[in-house]
Design a protein around this ligand. Sequence first.
Ligand SMILES: O=C(O)CCC(=O)C(=O)O
Ligand SMILES: [Fe+2]
Length: 273
Amino acid sequence: MHIEPAGEHIGAIVTGVDVARLSERDWQALYSAWLDHSVLIVRDQELDIASFLDYGRRFGRVKPHLVRRARHPDHPDLTVMGLGTRKQDGSVNKSIYNRGQGWHTDGPWDHEVCKATQLYGLEIPSVGGDTLFANMYAAYAALPDDLKRRIAGLDAHYVYGGRNRTGVDLLEPEDQDRPPTRYPLVRTHPETGRTSLYFNPFHILRIADVDDAESDAIIEELTAQMIVPGADYRHQWRPGDLVTWDNRCTLHAAAGGYPIEERRIHWRCTIMQ
Ligand SMILES: O=C(O)CCC(=O)C(=O)O
Ligand SMILES: [Fe+2]
């Protein structure tokens, strides 16, 4: 097994291992690389659904996604991404085609912390369709001191789809009006002990306990400063890539830009703390 950095300050690429047949020693090395690099990319995997989910369960408890219609009918813990990019009338289903675009972390709308997300590339378009990642330890460290002071002790409220309720049509009607969650903007990672920004401009509703103007101002300033040059990584998918990211200290975004007539299919699971 070989592990090397992906970006300068985020991500690690692993080759020479089959995650369905991991020794305990290799698993420990993978998990520790994952904590150090926040995004772990294991190349060249040939997985069935059971081995994909079993690998996910090594990281934590796997939970069915709130978007019920994309769950695999026989394996609700598994979401199949990228099916149905065209509606029956032939028009583009933007909620599916654009799903994951815009910087975000997964599951801040859930009342329990979403630890990780795992994607497995099955069908990859000939161009575009990359996934971007950014390091939120670096984001916090790079904030100016006055902004650090302003957000110290503050929480934010989140709902699925954020203020514009983007993509909320993917949810069943009974799931569309869940109460907002509340999470601190600055978090100590429970395993690494490092401090990170926990901010999600996509799903955010507002900053708690400040007036509207201050909430808007903080959201605008953090959005402008959260991506630190050099502390990001652009993943160009190959079929067989298995990517697991830590939602507690990273942001990610689907880059889009792939031809609508090509297929981009991933298996996905959500892993809780
Ligand atoms: O499709 C992608 O590149 C990322 C999708 C995403 O944001 C997710 O699965 O949480
Ligand atoms: Fe996501």
